[in-house]
Design a protein around this ligand. Sequence first.
Ligand SMILES: Cc1cc2nc3c(=O)[nH]c(=O)nc-3n(C[C@H](O)[C@H](O)[C@H](O)COP(=O)(O)OP(=O)(O)OC[C@H]3O[C@@H](n4cnc5c(N)ncnc54)[C@H](O)[C@@H]3O)c2cc1C
Length: 228
Amino acid sequence: MIYLNRSPKGYTIKKGNEAAYDDRISMYPTEKDGYNSYFDLIPKLKNVSVLFNSTLKSINFKKKIALINNKKINFDILINTISPDTLFNFKHGKLKFIGRDLHTFVLPGKNAFPKDVFFIYFPNNEKFTRLVEYKKFTRHKSNNTLIGMEIPSSNGRYYPMPILKEQRKAEKYFKMFPEWCYSIGRAGTYRYEVDIDDCILQSIEIEKQIKDNIYNGPKVSGDQFKIS
Ligand SMILES: Cc1cc2nc3c(=O)[nH]c(=O)nc-3n(C[C@H](O)[C@H](O)[C@H](O)COP(=O)(O)OP(=O)(O)OC[C@H]3O[C@@H](n4cnc5c(N)ncnc54)[C@H](O)[C@@H]3O)c2cc1C
C-alpha cells in the first residue's frame, strides 16, 4: 500500500480500516440552537462593541484608520477573517476559491447512515463530494432524517485552493500586513486545512501574543503554514 502525503487534511490512501477521520473527535454544542446562544452573548460583554450590517470601505494601514459606514475608526490591532485579497483591493490578483451548492432533503426513517457514520465521502464521478446526516451531530430526535449534499461550484469563497501557485499569491498579501495586523481563519489564512478548532486556537494564540507584547506576523499558527 502506498501512502501519499498530498491531501491537505490527512491521508489520501489509507491502510486497514476504510473509514476516514476515525482517529478524530467531532464535537457539536448540546444547545438546541447550536452555537447561536454562545455568540449572542458576545455583544453583551463589557467593553465590547459589535457593529452589525456594517461595511468596511477602506483601511489606511499606515495611520491605522478604518472607514466603516463612512465613519473613521482608529485601531491598534486588526484581526482579519476574510480573504486577504479583498482587504488589499486585489493588488496581486484574485485568490481562487471553490464554492459549494448545498442541497438538503429529508428521508423517512430515524437514520439513513450506519451507526457512527456522520459523513459519507464520494471520490468517483458523482457531482457531489459529500453527504452529511446532521442529526448524528445534533442528536435531534425524529422519525425522519435531514441529509445535506455538497456540490462543488463557484457559489461562494469557501475552499481555498491547496495549490502552490495560489498559496504563493496569498503570501504576497500576507507580506503587506503591517505590525499588529493579523489574518486568521480559513479564508484569512488561505488554508483549507483550517477548521473551527484551528480558528479557536489561532484566537487564543493572538491573545497570548498581545498579552506578551510579541508580534510574530499576520498568521499565528507557526510552521504548519510555511510554504517552500
Ligand atoms: C461545507 C463546509 C463544511 C464544513 N464542515 C466543517 C466541520 O465539520 N468542522 C469544522 O471544524 N470545520 C468545518 N468547515 C470549515 C469551517 O466552516 C471554517 O473553518 C470556519 O467557518 C472558518 O471560520 P472563520 O471565522 O475564519 O470564517 P467564516 O466562518 O467563513 O466567516 C467569515 C465571515 O466573513 C464574511 N465575509 C466574507 N467576505 C466579506 C466581506 N468582504 N465583507 C464582509 N464580510 C465578509 C462571510 O460572509 C462570513 O460570515 C466547513 C466548511 C464548509 C464550507
